[in-house]
Design a protein around this ligand. Structure first.
Ligand SMILES: Nc1ncnc2c1ncn2[C@@H]1O[C@H](COP(=O)(O)OP(=O)(O)OP(=O)(O)O)[C@@H](O)[C@H]1O
Length: 250
């Protein structure tokens, strides 16, 4: 289990600014958590705190009871925490098979990289010798990156907006891939996303706004809350909105 205890993150600028405020969260094995909420709410910062890109100003992070707060990104990667980027990096001259072999080399179990490609819906024959460069589409790159996450057999995998820039068909395959990971592996999956279809994959949804957890519950409870947002008063044209409240009238 990954646990964040009273985690805060402050950045120094002209004046100091608290990006994350006293976050308490528990992420259990074999569960999918989707973190959502308004722009600037602190979701990516939370992902970076888990990864070790940022170190908290105060608070503690524990993995299976071990304090990992002082560990950096490389040390946390060795402990089984991995991150899939919003815009995955591409490397000239590197082939898909090299990338997967590199990822699998960190896994004590023997991994068949062709099976991994199959797991993410790609034909090994077509993709093993492809260069990891701009010739791969966004959706293909996303799936290859997910295959590298699977190759490492992570304890905790964090995906920041995995749906960004992929087409509808690839999106469907991506959702299936997450469902498969959920069934086959014990990995704790944390996905940052604004997409309702990604939220539908979650066991639990966490809503972050203004650097705090504003809601956290089972998927259906949160989704029902989002759909029947009684506080919405945006417009009479909005399907959710009431638009009639006195506050709306100029
Ligand atoms: N290194 C930094 N220095 C200063 N401010 C930062 C830094 N990183 C993030 N912020 C600010 O912290 C807030 C939270 O940013 P973050 O990227 O975590 O939000 P988010 O919820 O992921 O947003 P989005 O949905 O737009 O991706 C924003 O106001 C952002 O400008």
């Amino acid at each position: 289990m990954l646990e964040l205890q009273q985690v805060s993150l402050e950045v120094e600028g002209d004046k100091s600014f608290e990006i994350l405020k006293n976050i308490n969260l528990k992420f259990y094995e074999k569960k999918i958590y989707v973190v959502t909420g308004p722009n600037g709410g602190g979701k990516s910062s939370l992902a970076k705190i888990i990864m070790g890109v940022y170190n908290p100003t105060s608070g503690k992070i524990q993995l299976d009871g071990q304090d990992i707060t002082p560990l950096n990104i490389t040390e946390r990667a060795r402990m089984g925490i991995g991150y899939a980027f919003q815009n995955p990096p591409r490397f000239k001259g590197l082939k898909v098979k090299d990338l997967l072999r590199m990822a699998a080399s960190h896994n004590p179990e023997k991994i068949n990289i062709c099976d991994l490609l199959y797991d993410v819906g790609l034909c090994a024959q077509d993709y093993l010798n492809r260069d990891v460069d701009v010739s791969l589409s966004g959706g293909e790159m996303k799936r290859i990156e997910i295959a590298t996450v699977l190759a490492r057999n992570l304890k905790v995998a964090v995906f920041d907006e995995p749906e960004a820039g992929i087409d509808l068909w690839s999106f469907q395959k991506l959702a299936e891939t997450f469902r498969d990971i959920h069934v086959k592996y014990d990995t704790t999956i944390v996905i940052i996303s604004h997409q309702e279809r990604i939220m539908e994959l979650a066991d639990e949804i966490i809503i972050m706004s203004n650097g705090m957890i504003s809601a956290q519950s089972e998927r259906d409870i949160i989704l029902a809350g989002i759909m029947n947002n009684a506080a919405c008063a945006c417009s009479t044209k909005c399907v959710k909105g009431v638009g009639q409240s006195a506050e709306c009238l100029g």
